[in-house]
Structure formats: structure tokens, C-alpha cells
Design a protein around this ligand. Structure first.
Ligand SMILES: [Zn+2]
Ligand SMILES: [Zn+2]
Length: 575
């Protein structure tokens, strides 16, 4: 079925397989199935809408609305929601049911949900068992780390996102088991490597992509188990060491030359390891994962990004270990989970935010081990099962005898959608962007779907301006840490790209001393942006292998300069 996206007006396709999924994930109450109607937004616009609810990388200081204690939080001081310190939030002094409300059939559901969002205190941030790692979000058991986002079990790491089990690693994205690495992207099990992407089991490599098990390689691509290569040319140890010296003295220039050289190298149509019937990019150990990005261990999933161990899930960002989930963001270990934001360890909940260890709840916020709640109000099982169908119908959903075929649903679906359009259907849609507690440019939507301030305002969304005035002239930074004066960590540095002020941490200075890498002339945010730009956009193009003409589905747009090969041609030519 072809549809026109309600937001961007582009045509998109809904397959029979998609419809079967929506049918499977649809809840049943009192023998009636409340079918999730086919999406009205294309998958890009759906992803943008979800991402506008996730602020991963901006954190602030403000006061806890419970104790007045100063807290580090993902909610900007001017956002009007209440914020509790995370320990206070998890403690007994916060009772989410205290904020319970009766459902009103005179108002839209989303309006009532927004009112509840403004009433129920939010958890300052999610940072479990930190050790000297206060400034991390969506984080678990990190030690001596700073500004890590989506991070678990790291030690001495800074300025990174999606990082796990790593040590002394800086400025990296989507890495695991790395040590002393810098600017590593989509890489794992590597030691003392910098400016690498899609590398694994490498040691002492600088500027490398798609390297496997390499040691002492410089500015190389697609090598396996090599040592002392520069630009994929083999040297002996002495010659290698002699030749890389001038490059190391002017690494920015070497980097520029490397990226120009890369443009001429045939690329693999997609980054994937051990996959079957998958499309997207950076996919590992997965089967039937369609249009998925930066994912591992997926089975029968579609439109999923940044996720691990999912089965039968559609439209997910940042979720791990779940099954039968649709249109959710920031969740973990859930089952039959639809339209939720930051919810973990739940089953059969819908339209909830910040709910944990709960079951059978609808439109709730801040629950911790609850069941049969609607808008944070406690009901009995019988009352819950009677009221939820009425709310779904109020939202534009239609109940049908359970067991009626999907075909019946599909045919009648067209009639109901015109009816529903009159009163703006809510059922089947994720929360609208304008009720997000984050400004658009604070959220991850800005990373993947950037908009300027005017556009954001035109769409009725919030924009956040930087509050700080930055000085025009910053401290003059030497090239290398060895030439830095003692007081450099107290100095205000000015980013050469964004003009924003930043500082060097003593820990960071040590890292640059240890690795002999040049001191950064750009602020951490700019460095993050540049790492993100190393990846292709999350978009697929049908084109042909530039060598054999086999049809391929790839993130390389036909406009990009790279030569793109199918798997067979790539393996023959490059590795
Ligand atoms: Zn769209
Ligand atoms: Zn080919």
C-alpha cells in the first residue's frame, strides 16, 4: 500500500509484512482487538518524532525540586517540568500514584498526557552506580569518566557516546572493549588506535577504516592481519617508522590526504558481519533486519537504530533485549511495548514515559513496579480492561472481534481513516513532537534531522539558545601536549569551527601526552559532529554494483563520489 506522509508529503510504502506486524502488536481487551492502524508518517518522520524525545548529550545543573540539592540533569533549567535527584526519585519519598488523574473524554489524550508530564517529577538523569562519573547520562557503572552518553562499564573515558567496557578512550562513538583509543567509530577490541572506523582487534593503528587484526598500520583501508602498512603499502618496521614520522608531526594534513585517498577506494555497499537478509548499515549477527543502523543481534526487525538483541520490533531507537516492541525510544527488556519513552523491564504498557518494572499500564509516567494504572491512577484489573478500550476509541482506535482477518481490517481501515482524520487520530501515533520536554536542538532529532531555528519555530517546536557569551579571543594552544604550560587546563580555549569556548581536562592532557596526538582545536561537540559525519546518512538507495552491475541497496547515494561494490566484488578487490 502506498501512502503519503502527513508531515513531509513524500510517498512511502507499507508492505503486507508490515501490516502483519501491526496486527501482531495490537492489544486485545475483552475479546476485541484494537488494531494499530498503519502509520500516517513515513519512517523518517516517525524516527524524527521519536528522537525529539531523547536528549542524550546536553546536561545542565539545576536544583532538585524535592530537596533543593544541586543536581546534574538532562532537563534545562528553563524547562518547566519538575526534576528530582535520581536517588530521591528512586526512593520512597516519590510516589507516582500521588499524581493520578481521572481520564477525561472531553479532551484529547495527548493533552492530558502533557498535563501529567508537567505534574510528575522527572528523574534528573539516568546514571546508575557511577564512580566519580557524575556527568554521564544513560549510563551504568562508569568510573572516572566524563561526558559519556549511553555508556556502560567504562573506566577513565571521556566525550563519547555508545561506549562500553572501554578504558582511557576519548572522543569515540559506538565502540566496545577499546583502550587508549581516540576518535574511534563503530569499532571494537582495539588498543592505542586513533581516527579509526569499522575496525576490530587492531593495535597501534592511526587513520584506518575496515581494518581487522592489524598492528602498526597508518592511513590504510580494508586490511586484515597486516603490520607496517602505510596507505595499504607494505614496509618493514624501520622504513615504516621512518616514513610515519613526518605524518605524525602534521596529522591534520595527513588526515585530509587520507580522506581524499579514501574517495578513490571501492567501498563495501554496507558494513555488516554475519548477517542474513538485512539492509541498512553497521549490522552485526542479525537476520531479517530491514533498514536498521548500528545494531547487533536483531531478528525480524525493521526501522531500528542503536539497538542490541531485539526480536520482532519496528520503529525503535535505543532499545536492548526486547521483543514485540513498536514505536519506542530509550528502553530495555520489554515485551509487548508500544509508544513508550524511556521505559524499562515492562510488559504490555502503552503511551508511557519513565516507567520501570510495570505491567498493563496506559498513559502513565514515573511508575516503579505498578500494574493496571491509567494516567497514574490505580484501577482493578476489571476496571482497567473496561476503561482502556474506551480511551483507545476516544483516541480514534476501533475495536474488532479478535480473530478477524487482517484483510478485513485493511479494507475497513481506509473508511475509518477518513473518519479519524476529522478529529486528528491519536491512536497508532507516537507522542507529538510539540509535547517533548526538550527543545528540538537539544534532542537527538537535531543530530539526524537538523533544522534551523526558523524552521523549528515554524513547526511549533522549541529552540534553545546558548546562554553563554563566548569570548572572542582564546588561549593560544600549542600543537602537542608536551609543549603545553602547566596552567593550560585553566585556560579558555575557542573552538576553531564553532567559536564556542571549551577547556582541556587534566585527564585529557595526560591522554594527549601519553598518545602523542595533537591537542584538539575544536570543542567536544564539534568533534562529535565530525565523527557523526563520517557515517552515511540513515537512508537507503537502490543502485548497481560499480563493478559487476548487481543490484545493491546501500547508504551511498548515487551523488557521493565513492565507487561502491557488492559484497562479492568488494571481497575480491579490497581484502
Ligand atoms: Zn515523512
Ligand atoms: Zn559486484
Amino acid at each position: 500500500m502506498e501512502k503519503t506522509c502527513k508531515t513531509c508529503n513524500h510517498q512511502f510504502e507499507i508492505t503486507d509484512e508490515d501490516l502483519a506486524f501491526y496486527e501482531r502488536i495490537s492489544p486485545v481487551f475483552g475479546g476485541k482487538k484494537y488494531n494499530i492502524t498503519a502509520p500516517t508518517l513515513c519512517h523518517d518522520c516517525r524516527q524524527q518524532r521519536r528522537l525529539s524525545f531523547r536528549n542524550e548529550r546536553n546536561i545542565y545543573r539545576r536544583k532538585s525540586d524535592l530537596s533543593g540539592k544541586e543536581v546534574v540533569t538532562m532537563y534545562a533549567p528553563e524547562s518547566k517540568c519538575l526534576v528530582y535527584d535520581q536517588n530521591e526519585w528512586w526512593g520512597d519519598s516519590f510516589d507516582p500514584l500521588k499524581y493520578g488523574k481521572d481520564f477525561s473524554f472531553d479532551k484529547p489524550f495527548f493533552e492530558q498526557f502533557k498535563e501529567l508530564m508537567m505534574a510528575v517529577p522527572r528523574i534528573s538523569l539516568i546514571n546508575k552506580e557511577p564512580e566519580n562519573s557524575e556527568y554521564c547520562n544513560f549510563a551504568f557503572r562508569n568510573k572516572d569518566s566524563y561526558l559519556l552518553f549511553t555508556a556502560w562499564e567504562n573506566d577513565g573515558c571521556c566525550y563519547s557516546n555508545r561506549i562500553g567496557k572501554s578504558r582511557d578512550t576519548f572522543d569515540s562513538s559506538n565502540v566496545i572493549n577499546c583502550e587508549l583509543c581516540y576518535s574511534a567509530v563503530d569499532s571494537e577490541n582495539s588498543y592505542n588506535c586513533s581516527f579509526i572506523k569499522n575496525c576490530s582487534n587492531c593495535t597501534d593503528c592511526i587513520l584506518g577504516q575496515n581494518l581487522r587484526g592489524c598492528k602498526n598500520c597508518f592511513a590504510s583501508f580494508g586490511l586484515a592481519n597486516k603490520q607496517y602498512c602505510i596507505g595499504n603499502i607494505q614496509y618493514d618496521k624501520e622504513e615504516y617508522e621512518r616514513r610515519i614520522k613526518p605524518f605524525l608531526e602534521n596529522l591534520p594534513k595527513a588526515k585530509e590526504d587520507y580522506f581524499n585517498w579514501l574517495k578513490k577506494i571501492p567501498r563495501r555497499y554496507m558494513e555488516a558481519t554475519n548477517v542474513e537478509n538485512c539492509t541498512g548499515d553497521n549490522i552485526y549477527n542479525s537476520k531479517n533486519a530491514k533498514e536498521c543502523y548500528e545494531v547487533k543481534e536483531l531478528q525480524d526487525c525493521k526501522f531500528v537504530s542503536n539497538a542490541t538483541s531485539l526480536k520482532d520490533c519496528y520503529d525503535i531507537n535505543n532499545d536492548d533485549h526486547s521483543e514485540l516492541v513498536y514505536e519506542c525510544i530509550g528502553s530495555e527488556k520489554n515485551y509487548m511495548h508500544i509508544f513508550n519513552d524511556i521505559c524499562w523491564f515492562n510488559s504490555e504498557i502503552a503511551y508511557c514515559s519513565l516507567c520501570f518494572n510495570s505491567k498493563n499500564c496506559f498513559g502513565c509516567i514515573g511508575l516503579k513496579k505498578n500494574e493496571y494504572c491509567i494516567l497514574n491512577k490505580q484501577y482493578t484489573k476489571e476496571q482497567y480492561e473496561e476503561l482502556v478500550p474506551k480511551i483507545i476509541e476516544h483516541m480514534g482506535g476501533i475495536g474488532r472481534a479478535h480473530g478477524a482477518s487482517a484483510q478485513v481490517e485493511r479494507e475497513s481501515g481506509s473508511a475509518s481513516s477518513s473518519e479519524a482524520e476529522l478529529k486528528e487520530n491519536e491512536w497508532g501515533e507516537f507522542f507529538p513532537m510539540n509535547i517533548s520536554l526538550f527543545a528540538y536542538n537539544e534532542s537527538m532529532a537535531q543530530d539526524y534531522f537538523p533544522m534551523d531555528k526558523d524552521n523549528v519555530k515554524t513547526r511549533g517546536l522549541r529552540w534553545r539558545d546558548d546562554e553563554e557569551e563566548t569570548p572572542k579571543i582564546g588561549y593560544k594552544l600549542p600543537d602537542f601536549a608536551k609543549d603545553a604550560k602547566e596552567d593550560i587546563c585553566q585556560q579558555i580555549l575557542i573552538c576553531e569551527s564553532s567559536g564556542k569556548a571549551y577547556k582541556l581536562l587534566p585527564k585529557e592532557l595526560n591522554f594527549y601526552k601519553k598518545t602523542n596526538l595533537p591537542l584538539p582545536r575544536k570543542c567536544p561537540n564539534q568533534r562529535h559532529k565530525e565523527r557523526m559525519a563520517l557515517r552515511n546518512q540513515r537512508k537507503l538507495y537502490d543502485r548497481k554494483c560499480d563493478k559487476c552491475g548487481t543490484p545493491i541497496t546501500t547508504t551511498y547515494s548515487p551523488k557521493q563520489p565513492e565507487t561502491v561494490y557488492c559484497e562479492t566484488c568488494y571481497l575480491e578487490t579490497v581484502s
